[in-house]
Design a protein around this ligand. Structure first.
Ligand SMILES: Nc1ncnc2c1ncn2[C@@H]1O[C@H](COP(=O)(O)OP(=O)(O)O)[C@@H](O)[C@H]1O
Ligand SMILES: [Mg+2]
Length: 265
């Protein structure tokens, strides 16, 4: 399978801090990765590098077959779909959901482009339907619930028919029902063969949607383990990643983790 994203010894430093520490990682077409790690592990930084929004301090990044640094990132970015808190913060609350989704086709936020193609409208409609948010098409983004917003953001990220989809903690802030809806939606997406290669950031194994194929575990900017999900996500790797003795289970396609009983206090 063709590599969609290739990182070789990628290091990101800011002042004295090492945000990413010699990360070597390959994502291939058809793969669905979950990127797990505690707060501050460098997950968002890694996603920013993968989105061509940040250049590493050292190391090599190849994105969609192009070497970062030798290619115009403005041509690369529309081929990558991103949903993150940083993107969400830039969405005007009074933007109509339909316009917000359609405007993604032009890589712009806001309605400064008045003329949209009929094809773009058709694609927006069908994506909104697929994600069960078509009834909100005429609502303002700011009036949606957190879960509805998350789904609209994913729809928006998919609008350009990207070759790589990057989702930074789409489960954050959702209630249990919202989380389960999202896991279901992402699972459907994961199983669809035409879906782009996907990287989903989370810090909860309970949020791993069935159909995801690989995991990368990150701690203090460095990879603890990476590879096929069931080989990679073990008691040992998860405990090392989160720095506490954890036991992980897989039941009916869903993962769960809890602390191993230790010494009584
Ligand atoms: N500009 C910066 N200068 C110094 N440290 C930073 C900067 N940006 C992020 N960091 C630190 O880098 C670490 C990794 O951040 P981040 O990638 O956002 O982690 P995660 O998404 O896993 O929570 C954090 O400890 C954060 O405080
Ligand atoms: Mg983050």
């Amino acid at each position: 399978m063709t590599a969609v994203l290739e990182l070789a010894d990628v290091t990101v430093r800011r002042g004295d801090a090492t945000l990413l520490d010699e990360v070597t990682w390959v994502v291939r077409e058809g793969e669905r990765w979950v990127l797990l790690g505690p707060n501050g592990a460098g997950k968002t930084t890694l996603l920013q590098v993968a989105a061509a929004q940040m250049f590493p301090t050292s190391g090599i990044v190849a994105l969609l077959g192009e070497l970062l640094g030798t290619v115009d990132v403005f041509e690369l970015r529309p081929r990558i779909g991103v949903a993150s808190a940083a993107v969400a913060d830039r969405i005007p609350r009074d933007e109509k959901v339909r316009d917000l989704v359609v405007s993604a086709a032009y890589g712009v936020l806001g309605r400064w482009r008045e003329q949209y193609d009929a094809l773009d409208h058709d694609r927006a409609e069908s994506l909104l339907r697929e994600f069960g948010v078509e009834r909100f098409a005429d609502r303002l983004f700011g009036t949606l619930s957190e879960g509805e917003r998350k789904r609209v953001q994913i729809v928006r990220a998919l609008m350009t028919d990207p070759e790589l989809l990057l989702l930074d903690e789409p489960g954050a802030g959702l209630d249990l029902g919202g989380r389960e809806d999202l896991v279901g939606t992402l699972s459907t997406l994961a199983y669809a063969p035409e879906s782009p290669a996907t990287v989903l950031v989370s810090h909860h194994v309970e949020e791993i949607p069935p159909g995801f194929t690989h995991a990368l575990l990150l701690k203090q900017g460095a990879i603890v383990a990476a590879g096929p999900l069931e080989e990679t996500l073990t008691d040992a790797t998860l405990s090392a990643t989160f720095g506490t003795p954890l036991s992980v289970t897989l039941d009916d396609g869903r993962w769960a983790a809890r602390r191993r009983p230790g010494r009584r206090r």
